[in-house]
Design a protein around this ligand. Sequence first.
Ligand SMILES: [Zn+2]
Length: 87
Amino acid sequence: MSNLQLYAHAIGYPAEKVGGWGIEMRWELIPKPRSVFLRVKCLKCSNEQIVFERTSSYVKCTVCDELLARPAGGKAKIRGEVLQSLS
Ligand SMILES: [Zn+2]
């Protein structure tokens, strides 16, 4: 299993789709192999959910739809309370 496939697995992206990507995308996607998941608590309704630290999409609370994280180039900007890092 390549690093890229491992990474894809970590973000829940189907590995088959990753296979077609070029080498450039590969380097762009893995600046450092240190990405983690964060346990984030929604400030509005106190729901806890797991957010990928380097998410490239907007993450909303599954309960109240409050924005929990937004992409910011590298690490996401977390808007909720970070309770724990899961590496
Ligand atoms: Zn919420």
